[in-house]
Design a protein around this ligand. Structure first.
Ligand SMILES: [Zn+2]
Length: 304
């Protein structure tokens, strides 16, 4: 019997049936269940390791040009402006709460302290490059050999996940849009517990099953990303899972959801016309809404 991957509840009901891969056209017919207790979605189909590899054959993190899209100039200006204002305490607080955007997820690190940072699922290493240039000691691990190669080319210390050693210790471990892809998130988090220093921070970003757009777009919602998202967590589900792995919530950040849509050049491929149309119409408004909770962005610390 299937259990909720987030809170382990047995009480599940059918959520979406006959969902296919709108983004990369991987063959298959998939179903999602919703947990009656925590509201997380779990992929119903059992996925073999061979199938899992197939999901990622043409995945975007392979590529080297994530940052070369139409919005590159806009993003660069935004980052520079935020960096400028971040040096003032009074605006720092506002930025922290309201404008943690695509490129600024590590903004809360700030200041002059240099950290040891591990990005689990580092992809092509773009996020880490930003941090390395600020003087932090960074390392990335990923399952994807092609992505690792791209990251290494950029000068990032990137390795395969299997090469992560238990005696390595980090002040910050990040899993940005990664946990929903893991076949066994609990095992991974328990492993990472040992790699986090005693007062270290674990930052997780993942789509929110109870978000505004999840409810509106249903199986066409970008955050579902069938079939690569094996679990789509609710806040409660995520906290439950983390608690089983020895972590408690420390802070919650609000991510501007517009970037989640506009940054993905593949978005047009997945959308049926009518959804695309609505998307284009509402996107400008998303810019000004402080919080639609499209993604959970939560910082955890070890339980005492
Ligand atoms: Zn659950």
């Amino acid at each position: 019997m299937k259990k909720c991957s987030a809170c382990l509840s047995n009480s599940l009901r059918n959520k979406y049936e006959h969902v296919s891969d709108y983004l990369y056209n991987v063959d298959g017919d998939y179903n999602y269940l919703e947990c009656n207790d925590c509201g997380s979605f779990s992929l119903f189909n059992d996925i073999s390791e061979t199938e899992l590899t197939k999901f990622y054959e043409n995945y975007f993190t392979h590529s080297d040009n994530l940052n070369k899209g139409k919005f590159k100039y806009f993003k660069d200006v935004l980052i520079k402006t935020l960096d400028f204002f971040y040096t003032f305490n009074f605006t720092k607080a506002i930025i922290d709460k309201l404008v943690v955007s695509y490129s600024r997820k590590y903004l809360f690190i700030g200041g002059s302290i240099k950290y040891r940072i591990l990005d689990f699922g580092c992809g092509n290493g773009d996020q880490l490059l930003l941090l390395k240039n600020k003087g932090h000691m960074v390392k990335g691990v990923d399952f994807d050999k092609k992505a690792i190669k791209v990251a290494i080319k950029k000068g990032i210390n990137a390795k395969s996940v299997s090469e992560l050693r238990t005696n390595e210790e980090y002040d910050i471990i990040s899993l940005l849009n990664v946990i929903e892809h893991l076949p066994d998130p609990e095992m991974t988090l328990k492993m990472l517990f040992n790699n986090l220093s005693s007062n270290g921070k674990l930052m997780i970003e993942t789509p929110n099953s109870r978000s505004f757009l999840s409810k509106r777009f249903k199986k066409n919602w970008r955050g579902l990303e069938c079939p690569r998202h094996l679990v789509v967590f609710s806040n409660q589900g995520l906290d439950d899972l983390l608690l089983r792995c020895g972590f408690k919530i420390s802070s919650v950040y609000r991510i501007k959801s517009f970037s989640f849509y506009l940054n993905n050049s593949n978005i047009s491929k997945m959308m049926k016309f009518q959804y695309k149309f609505i998307h284009i119409l509402i996107s400008p408004f998303l810019l000004f809404t402080p919080n639609l909770r499209e993604t959970n962005f939560r910082i955890y610390v070890k339980c005492n």
